[in-house]
Design a protein around this ligand. Structure first.
Ligand code: ADP
Ligand code: ZN
Length: 752
């Protein structure tokens, strides 16, 4: 018998049809991963989407083999992928790219490599401590010896020992679960300190008994928990609006415990891996081995291992992770928690699928018949509106846990300070005085500046030209000691001595980033211990953890940082937070800039005074009367929302309309413009005034590729599904044009 299968490949193309005969046909099942050959040589892993016995009207190639006997996707997961592809206007193959770790979809492997693939073999390597080392004294001796001479081996031994403390140093750890690299472990083995073993690989996660010890909730928390549970009987999703420090996590813990006890799985989404470390430690206290962390910083091997093990595991897992964790295979999902739901990083911007994991969570929950809790101190206006309209349930927590005070927000006018001679470098006296006091009292402060680097741009003193990236239409940022770097394409070059444009004058550094703030603080407070947290200093998870650890333990007094410091941390000694320049939050050209500024100020402020002492927050701005600054200072979320809603209604923005941003890219600007003009005419015929563009985005050339775009606003009274279909037809028409088919067209639905 011959069967035909529609196979989804990880490509921006619809599915392909392949055939299967004999044994292979007998074992073929929907959701399976199979190996197929495309064209003359290319080997791909694909997913069997549908099987039919109907012969298609064209010649088909044979499926080469079945990769894993059991399906990788459940029927619900396949429906979810289809929904994502349809809603976010991409192919199911592109969803596959995001959903499966790349080791699971190998392409271009030889047969031999394939047979040796570690996920095909049922063995894995573990490491244990040698007998003689199984005591703290013996270990300490070696720690001391290694610490100075072989820091890598020291770290590796420390990690292994750390993982074995529960077993009196007697157990084994899987080498793959260690952060230590193979070379360091081998060196330890050569010294006779550790031993390797080959073990049969565990196919599934096992489940520890759940402990009944949960955090005792305050009265307000207990009430919120009850409300959420009640609302869940009639609403798929509940929005938990709780001020910073109100203990939303403790409420999640109770909900998670309940779902796990009922034999379900739970997914807890967090915006960034940065946050997970502190959170995971906290969750492990309650849920032990049931906690599975999943995010992009894990190695691909580790992610593949998790995916395959989940496939074999019974329900009862708590997955904590970033957006793609939502796409993991779960036996019986019962609850999805979306923490900090307002966070823009839930949306994948590039490449496709450009999905929003927060919104997708609600759809996934309806497919799995699970419940959703979204939590935030500053809910997105969209989610708040969903609650207001009754689509979501709504529960609020207005007080901090343990009677801690909300921080006091002080608005400090930079222009006024400058006039009075009370401004030094980039600090107003109001902020400097307070930093001084904090240091005196032995407390800590966090200082926020949303630009990294030293100077965001470099300008000619004569002609005023700003030095730009040769590949992108964007200014270069100065980093110490002497480099200019492009934050878009990564290009870097030394700081030019003369202006590259007029060649007569010197260039000068303008504006200020985190590096500069750090340097100025060092000059003003030479005795203070200062650290910086941004993408340049936190180059790895390890570097990141180290910066956090130093701050947490009080080794550093002041922490300067970008967005990275704003999220979810809980440091008890922070009594002051400074926002160095709120202006660049307000002046950002985006319809969400006010909402974002409010969220950011509130979140950064929320890091202050999380214990008994009320914290203070100094917001430096030249627009002290700006409504958003006032609303944030007063913690007046509702006024902010009301004001924004009025604007958005008037200009047809979400939540009153859906937006689709369409982008066209090509190296040839002429060709691009011609195609865009044509598409513009066609779109206007269909959508009329709802089309804006073609227009150049703020950065209209990246890495030598030109960009033009359109924005579509589809008001809520229209069918959004219909609108997307019409748009697809227009894009298809452009793609059919031979001259233009090299133009890359992409759509971003509900752009952030
Ligand atoms: P949120 O996420 O709402 O900003 P957190 O969950 O971080 O707040 O809680 C703030 C602090 O209060 C944390 O240190 C947390 O451990 C503590 N906390 C909150 N609720 C409880 C509770 N019920 N029992 C003990 N500690 C709690
Ligand atoms: Zn560049």
């Amino acid at each position: 018998m011959t069967l035909y299968a529609h196979i989804v490949l990880p490509l921006a193309q619809p599915s392909f049809t392949f055939s299967a005969e004999g044994e292979l046909a007998n074992h073929l099942r929907e959701g399976q991963a199979v190996v197929v050959q495309l064209g003359a040589r290319k080997i791909y892993t694909g997913i069997v989407w549908a099987i039919t016995s109907e012969r298609p009207p064209f010649r088909t190639k044979q499926i080469q083999r079945i990769l894993y006997p059991e399906p990788l996707l459940s029927a619900e997961q396949r429906r979810l992928w289809e929904w994502i592809a349809d809603y976010y206007m991409c192919t199911v193959g592109e969803v596959m790219r995001a959903a499966l770790p790349s080791k699971m979809k190998p392409s271009g492997m030889s047969d031999e490599e394939f047979e040796q693939d570690e996920f095909r073999v049922a063995h894995e390597r573990t490491v244990s401590l040698r007998e003689e080392l199984r005591s703290q004294e013996a270990l300490n001796e070696w720690f001391e010896r290694l610490a100075r001479r072989a820091p890598k081996q020291y770290e590796a031994l420390l990690e292994v020992a750390d993982r074995l403390t529960d077993t009196d140093f007697g157990g084994e750890v899987r080498t793959r679960s260690l952060r230590a690299d193979a070379a360091a472990l081998k060196a330890l083995a050569d010294k006779g300190l550790v031993e390797f073993h080959e073990r049969e690989r565990e196919a599934a996660f096992c489940s520890e008994e759940l402990s009944d010890e949960l955090p005792t909730l305050s009265e307000a928390q207990a009430k919120a928990l009850r409300s959420i549970e009640e609302l869940h009987s009639s609403k798929r999703c509940v929005l938990l609006h709780g001020v910073t420090g109100s203990g939303k996590t403790e409420i999640y813990i109770h909900l998670i415990h309940k779902a796990l006890c009922d034999g379900g799985d739970v997914v807890m989404l967090v915006p960034e891996i940065a946050l997970t470390e502190q959170l995971i430690a906290r969750l492990r206290c309650y849920f032990g081995d049931r906690v599975v962390a999943y995010h992009s910083k894990l190695t691909d091997t580790r992610r593949t291992d998790i995916y395959l093990r989940l496939l074999h595991s019974a329900a009862g897992r708590l997955i904590v992770g970033t957006r793609s964790a939502l796409l993991l295979p779960l036996a019986h999902p019962r609850l999805i928690v979306v923490d900090e739901e307002h966070d823009a990083s839930y949306k994948q911007n590039d490449p496709a699928p450009r999905y929003n994991a927060r919104d997708t969570a609600v759809v996934a929950a309806s497919m799995y018949d699970a419940r959703v809790v979204m939590g935030s101190a500053t809910p997105s206006i969209e989610s708040f509106m969903n609650a207001y309209r009754g689509k979501y349930g709504y529960v609020s927590l207005t007080e901090r846990y343990g009677g801690a005070q909300m921080p006091r927000i002080i608005i400090s006018d930079t222009l006024r300070a400058a006039k009075r001679g009370e401004r030094y470098s980039h600090f107003n006296k109001a902020l400097l005085d307070r930093i001084g006091e904090v240091l005196e009292r032995g407390e800590q402060a966090m200082l926020f500046q949303n630009r990294r680097g030293f100077s965001p741009y470099v300008e000619c003193t004569e002609c005023g030209r700003v030095v730009e990236c040769p590949h992108c239409n964007v200014s270069l940022t100065y980093h110490r000691p002497n480099t200019l770097r492009c934050h878009y394409c990564g290009h870097s070059q030394p700081l030019p001595e003369h202006c590259p444009s007029c060649r007569v004058a010197d260039v000068t550094l303008r504006g200020f980033g985190t590096e500069k703030v750090e340097e100025e603080l060092t000059q003003i407070f030479p005795k203070a211990r200062i650290d910086r947290l941004d993408r340049d200093s936190a180059t790895s998870q390890r570097a990141y953890n180290e910066i956090i650890r130093r701050f947490e333990s009080g080794t550093t007094d002041l922490l300067v940082g970008t967005q990275m410091i704003t999220k979810g941390f809980d440091f008890s000694r922070v009594s002051l937070v400074g926002i160095l320049n709120a202006d660049n939050l307000l002046n950002y050209p985006d319809f969400r800039s006010s909402e974002r500024a409010f969220q950011l100020i509130t979140q950064v402020a929320g890091r202050a005074g999380r214990r008994q002492t009320a914290g203070e927050v100094v917001v430096q701005t030249s627009q002290p009367l700006h409504p958003v600054i006032r609303q944030a200072a007063e913690g007046d979320y509702l006024s902010m929302v009301n004001m924004q809603l009025r604007e958005r209604e008037a200009f047809h923005y979400p939540p009153y309309a859906h937006l689709i941003s369409l982008t066209m890219r090509h190296r040839d600007p002429q060709l691009l413009r011609a195609a865009a003009r044509q598409l513009g005419v066609a779109l206007r015929e269909v959508f009329g005034q709802r089309v804006l563009g073609p227009q150049s985005p703020p950065v209209d050339r990246i890495g030598g590729v030109y960009i033009l775009g359109f924005l579509l606003k589809i008001e809520n009274s229209l069918s959004f599904t219909h609108a997307r279909n019409l748009l697809r037809e227009q894009i298809e028409a452009i793609r059919q044009n031979r001259d233009w088919n090299s133009i890359v067209i992409s759509c971003d639905v509900d752009p952030q």
